[in-house]
Design a protein around this ligand. Structure first.
Ligand code: ZN
Ligand code: ZN
Length: 144
């Protein structure tokens, strides 16, 4: 986590921005929270221990984290922008429930190879890859 802090610090100073205690608290909370939170959900998690951190600060800090490449912004069918850490993670894909919005991550080497094969057939070099599958989770199916 130290090196992530350092790279955020470096990004901020490169852009003439200050490393503030609040920005670091938001970064730490982001890294220790479940993935795919929106800025609002992160704000709500922070609120009890850090009531002085406003929603606008969380929102702007998440934008900075996305711009710096530490976080990536994702959209999963609703209007929310969600964030996930972008560091040292294997490629993963997402199953998204249309009923409750639950997001399940999975990895699959065969899919990854298939995507590489498809890209190769088109002489295409991949920078990143996204796969989102939408449907119903077991809980929502049981509730019907
Ligand atoms: Zn569901
Ligand atoms: Zn994810």
């Amino acid at each position: 986590m130290g090196s992530v802090r350092d790279s955020f610090r470096e990004y901020l100073s490169d852009h003439g921005l200050k490393t503030t205690r609040q920005r670091e608290i938001i970064l730490d909370e982001f890294l220790s929270s479940p993935s795919h939170l929106s800025a609002e959900e992160l704000y709500l998690r922070l609120r009890s221990n850090h009531p002085n951190i406003g929603y606008a600060t969380v929102y702007r800090t998440m934008k900075l984290l996305a711009d710096s490449g530490i976080a990536s912004e994702r959209h999963f069918g609703d209007r929310q922008t969600r964030y996930e850490p972008n560091i040292g993670e294997e490629h993963h894909y997402h199953l998204i429930c249309n009923g409750c919005g639950k997001i399940i991550e999975f990895e699959n080497g065969a899919i990854e190879q298939l995507l590489l094969d498809v890209a190769g057939e088109h002489q295409f070099t991949l920078s990143h890859q996204r796969l989102e599958l939408y449907g119903m989770c077991p809980d929502c199916k049981a509730r019907k």
